[in-house]
Write a protein that binds this ligand. Structure first.
Ligand code: FMN
Length: 195
């Protein structure tokens, strides 16, 4: 698959086989992330990789508990509202049971923190598609970046105190044999040509 096809056919996968992803493929995806560009070549995106099922379930329970404590306000972002509602019901697993979760972090106060991490995350999702793996951006830990319990858990797993959680993604073998590659119609993302 060439680069253009990998970009155009990348879709989010939210149902996975209960099969581990070989370390060499996780490393390839990480390499794609680490080779993303960064503002002033700062290379400060930090990749924290979870593959341990017990730890992932523990983190899912923590995320569920912390969302369940939150109140929904009139201006609460729709996806965050969905996470809070699902957590209050008690059946919420934010990473959809995927075998791999890669959390991205970057320096607090660095103006390109999210931009650099987004470049890395997109590179990794495209690489995953090229490797026949499914992936999906997972933002719940970013929303909980200032939550004490989540931060304390993440510190114990390698997050540094001067870092902010910028995003993350899941990775795994899709439940269907290959990733969904049906291209989504583009109705938005307008282009203005200036002559
Ligand atoms: C910044 C960002 C945050 C996202 N957060 C989540 C998320 O937390 N959970 C999720 O299931 N999908 C998440 N997504 C995936 C989007 O829902 C998805 O990309 C969009 O619906 C388009 O579908 P596609 O990825 O299949 O093309 C996120 C995507 C982006 C770019």
């Amino acid at each position: 698959m060439d680069a253009f096809e990998a970009i155009l056919t990348r879709r989010s996968t939210r149902k996975y086989k209960d099969t581990d992803v070989e370390r060499k493929y996780i490393e390839k995806v990480l390499e794609a992330g680490r080779f993303a560009p960064s503002g002033s070549n700062s290379q400060t995106t930090h990749f924290i990789v979870f593959t341990n099922k017990k730890l992932l379930l523990k983190l899912a329970g923590l995320v569920r508990d912390e969302f369940a404590k939150m109140e929904i306000k009139p201006d609460t972002y729709i996806s965050l509202k969905n996470s809070i509602n699902a957590s209050k019901k008690g059946d919420y697993i934010f990473y959809y049971g995927a075998p791999v979760l890669i959390v991205t972090a970057n320096k607090k106060g660095y103006g390109n923190a999210i931009a650099d991490s987004a470049c890395a995350l997109e590179n990794m999702m495209i690489a995953a598609n090229a490797l026949n793996l499914g992936s999906c951006w997972i933002n719940q830990l970013h929303w909980l970046d200032e939550n004490e319990a989540v931060r304390s858990f993440m510190y114990s797993k390698g997050l540094n105190e001067d870092e902010t959680i910028t995003g993350g993604l899941i990775l795994g073998y899709p439940y269907t044999d290959s990733p969904n590659r049906t291209m989504l119609e583009r109705k938005g993302n307008p282009v203005t040509w200036v002559e």
